[in-house]
Design a protein around this ligand. Structure first.
Ligand SMILES: C[S@@+](CC[C@H](N)C(=O)[O-])C[C@H]1O[C@@H](n2cnc3c(N)ncnc32)[C@H](O)[C@@H]1O
Length: 380
């Protein structure tokens, strides 16, 4: 079947309509293209289709660099240059904010980017039992894809994954982290504590600080662009008496802002983060291991000068959103890895009086449709 692609939508996929009116999502197709497709998934409201042939290619289409592009699915936008990817993501984010957040973002909101290759310092890989090598899981299947060199992983991670000693690690799944200064650490489920200290712990230099972390907990994976995010958060946070860092991981934002605030509270639910947060933050910080929403419910009168939230892809839990909306907090910095849940939460926050003071994007994951966003929200 032939289709004309109208526009790009969330997930970096092409959007079209079938003759019967159903919407059709076409991965790897670009706006303005004419493509021959085969339907891969069908429901009563929408259809997904695979490109069989590009009949009329878009002028921005390029040859993907990675030989595994068709199979792996990790870098689904490799068929356009980084500059075009950024423009595509900007349009998608603007459309998402308008549709879900009922908010028009300024046309010229900045999107920061850096090196498009070998940028990824963190990876989760799985073992292929037949070859004993670690690789990526093929999209929507259980097959494992081995690779000689993944063009988005750092050179150190690529080398590490091909070491004989790495292949001898007896684990189904491996989390590895390159600290950007020559040390790759790793973690797998069932790793005992002494080994964890030896093999998983790591130190990362960022924003003039050296932070403790380990490969089992969350840490941003694009270290070169992370310093720009840190600069922007420091710029927007200014200074004040009390900072709350919710979803704080190893105390990341709080530790990079502790010179600006006299009181600091961090809230993170993963117990493994606490020993690092204790090293990363001075004693004055109150470090809580709890669900952000439960902590907020018990501390509804908390009114910090600045509240930073950096939740997972699911966005703010409804209880947390309710406490924030009904409380007196005047300034919030919302860092998000998912524009859809960010737009959803923004809609509610605006209804409770918050206004968008600044919006910025960070192309942390070139060649993927993911964009990290920073919103600064103020309330009168
Ligand atoms: C996107 S990461 C951000 C971590 C940190 N701000 C950083 O930049 O390194 C989200 C963090 O929230 C934690 N988390 C997820 N759900 C949570 C919840 N309901 N309450 C508290 N922490 C949560 C995760 O364990 C993870 O460390």
């Amino acid at each position: 079947m032939k289709l004309s692609i109208e526009k790009m939508v969330q997930g970096g996929v092409g959007f079209s309509r079938l003759p019967d009116g159903r919407v059709c999502f076409v991965p790897q197709a670009l706006a303005g293209e004419e493509v021959e497709v085969a339907i891969s998934k069908e429901s009563k409201d929408y259809v997904e289709a695979r490109v069989m042939q590009v009949i009329k290619p878009s002028p921005i289409r390029i040859q993907p660099k990675c030989p595994l592009y068709e199979k792996c699915g990790g870098c689904s936008l490799q068929h356009v240059s980084l500059e075009s990817q950024v423009l595509i993501m900007k349009d998608i984010v603007k459309e998402t904010f308008l549709r879900i957040g009922k908010t028009a973002l300024p046309d010229d909101f900045p999107i920061f980017s850096t090196e498009p290759w070998h940028y990824r310092h963190r990876a989760r890989v799985v073992k292929d039992r037949d070859t004993n090598q670690f690789g990526f899981r093929e999209e929507q299947s259980h097959r494992i894809i081995s690779f000689e060199e993944c063009p988005v992983l750092t050179k150190s991670l690529n080398s590490f994954l091909h070491l004989e000693s790495t292949q001898k690690i007896r684990a189904q799944e491996l989390h590895c982290f390159d600290n950007g200064s020559g040390r790759v650490s790793y973690f797998y489920k069932g790793m005992k504590e002494p080994e964890q200290r030896m093999f998983s712990d790591n130190l990362v230099s960022i924003g003039g600080r050296t932070l403790s972390m380990d490969a089992s907990v969350f840490f941003q994976s694009n270290l070169s662009l992370l310093s720009t995010l840190v600069d922007r958060v420091r710029f927007h946070a200014e200074k004040g008496d009390w900072l709350i860092d919710l979803f704080s991981g190893v105390g990341f934002f709080a530790s990079l802002l502790e010179d600006r605030f006299s009181r600091i509270t961090t809230v993170e639910r993963e117990p493994g983060c606490l020993r690092h947060a204790k090293k990363n933050l001075e004693k004055k910080a109150e470090q809580v291991t709890a669900n952000a929403e439960s902590w907020l419910l018990e501390n509804t009168k908390s009114t910090p000068a600045v509240l930073i939230v950096d939740p997972p892809r699911t966005g703010l839990p409804p209880e947390a959103l309710k406490v924030i909306a009904e409380g007196k907090i005047k300034k919030m910095i919302y860092v998000s890895c998912n524009p859809v849940t960010l737009a959803r939460d923004l809609f509610q926050l605006k209804n409770s009086g918050f206004e968008v003071k600044a919006v910025e994007g960070f192309a942390f994951y070139p060649h993927t449709p993911h964009l990290e966003m920073l919103l600064v929200l103020n309330r009168g």
